[in-house]
Design a protein around this ligand. Sequence first.
Ligand code: HEM
Length: 166
Amino acid sequence: MNLHPILVHFPIALLTLYSLGEFVRSKRVLSLSYWFYVKAIMLVIGFLATIPTILFGKLIADSFPERIVRVHSTFAQTTAIVYGLIALSYLITWIDKDIYSMTKRSDWWGYISELNKNIFRPRTLVLLALTGLILLTITGALGGIMAFGPGVDPLTQLVNDLFFGK
Ligand code: HEM
């Protein structure tokens, strides 16, 4: 039995919720002390879930048409890279908030922390969360096309027409 069709739900649900959370820019919500952790947990677990999902996907790849598997797999791996970068940034911020707020930071950590703050500014995170969500949606639609056919819903039809023609 292959676990891919079961595992796919974890990155899809958690990373979609994380991205939606990142789009919330209301000051009231952003100032909630737990909001960062809510997003961080969905993001990190969602990203970690992409690893077994991809590995189990590769195990069944040979049983499906090569072209669509290749496109689906490329989108899946790009999605994992985008969310992986955001997760890395969140982990650095998390360590900064909860460990280095109590102890003195070493020089090299100070450098990593500054680099993180400069690269992953709030707007960049929103843009990356949007990019990840678009990639994740296309990945899911391509998976849906393989499992149920292109006509299963309007999105799979659109993605199928875009990538493989009418
Ligand atoms: C983040 C990573 C991935 C996500 C979110 C994802 C998502 C999906 C989804 C939603 C389906 C439809 C499942 C169903 O309802 O039955 C699917 C099917 C499929 N995926 Fe993935 N996928 C990922 C990675 C991969 C990779 C890397 C490969 C192969 C190299 C792969 C190969 C397949 C194949 C062959 C199917 C059709 C299997 C079936 O009919 O159940 N997937 N995928």
